[in-house]
Design a binder for this molecule. Structure first.
Ligand code: MG
Ligand code: MG
Length: 258
């Protein structure tokens, strides 16, 4: 069941998105060699709670923290830990909040200090995949248009598109219908309509898209041990370009030529 949101509901999701954007912006400034992902997690939780919101990940199906922190070959759902981040790693931070009953969900991947050109390119292309997918996220298009845009750009660079996880509808619940895969065929899948709110979140691997789940039953890791990047925003489908609820003011055209 896909729930489209009315104007008042969208306004509430805008507020949740704005807060999450501010939180992630601050977390980005923390990322450097020596910091631990537990420290980043603590900061995220404090920022969210101080704003009167709830960290949506904490306790979600037993997840132990307010952020997912996935380092290098960890794809998603990494547990924050007390290991200091090291120069040359890449770390994906995924976070969600609930403000006045409405959800927002967003993720980014950051270099830790100076990283290889290969990793820097992976991060850049993953963000481009998001924006190209977002450019297809408009009323009248179909889910396959988003997935195809992401997949085509990633595979053009020789990267693997993670299949085991995908984007999703979002609203009162973090995960609503529909699933939003990062692969697909143009013109296929559910039709998008104005008022739908979805999270688009490419997970792009330097090598294989195949993953396994770690012993903690949560963390997905690439089977070839190569790094993976993740980028996500919550957005509102409109008749034109989407409104990026978790990145107020951002324009698709400002990020990719479409
Ligand atoms: Mg997320
Ligand atoms: Mg998500």
């Amino acid at each position: 069941m896909i729930y489209t949101k009315n104007d008042a509901e969208v306004e509430l999701m805008r507020k949740a998105g704005k807060l999450l954007h501010e939180v992630l912006d601050e977390l980005k400034t923390m990322i450097q060699p020596g910091v631990t992902t537990l420290e980043i997690d603590a900061r995220a939780e404090k920022l969210i709670r101080d704003a009167g919101a709830i960290p949506s990940f904490k306790g979600y199906e037993g997840f132990p923290a307010s952020i997912c922190a996935s380092v290098d070959s960890e794809v998603v759902h990494g547990f924050p830990n007390d290991k200091p981040l090291k120069e040359g790693q890449i770390v994906s931070i995924d976070c969600g909040c609930i403000l006045n009953g409405w959800q927002s969900d967003s993720a980014f991947t950051s270099p830790v200090g100076k990283v290889s050109a290969e990793c820097a390119r992976l991060i850049r292309v993953t963000e481009e995949c998001f924006w190209l997918g977002a450019a297809q996220a408009k009323a009248g298009n179909r889910l396959g248009d988003i997935g195809w845009a992401v997949q085509e750009h990633a595979e053009k660079h020789g990267y693997g598109v993670i299949r085991d996880f995908c984007g999703h509808g979002i609203g009162r619940e973090m995960h609503e219908d529909p699933g939003v895969p990062n692969y697909g065929k143009p013109g296929r899948g559910a039709r998008l309509t104005a008022g739908m709110t979805i999270a688009v979140e490419p997970m792009i691997a330097l090598g294989t898209w195949k993953v396994y789940i770690a012993g903690n039953d949560w963390t997905a890791i690439t089977r070839d041990g190569k790094p993976c990047s993740h980028y996500e925003h919550t957005l509102l489908i409109t008749e034109g370009e989407p409104e990026i609820l978790s990145y107020p003011g951002a324009k698709v055209g400002g990020h990719v030529n479409v």
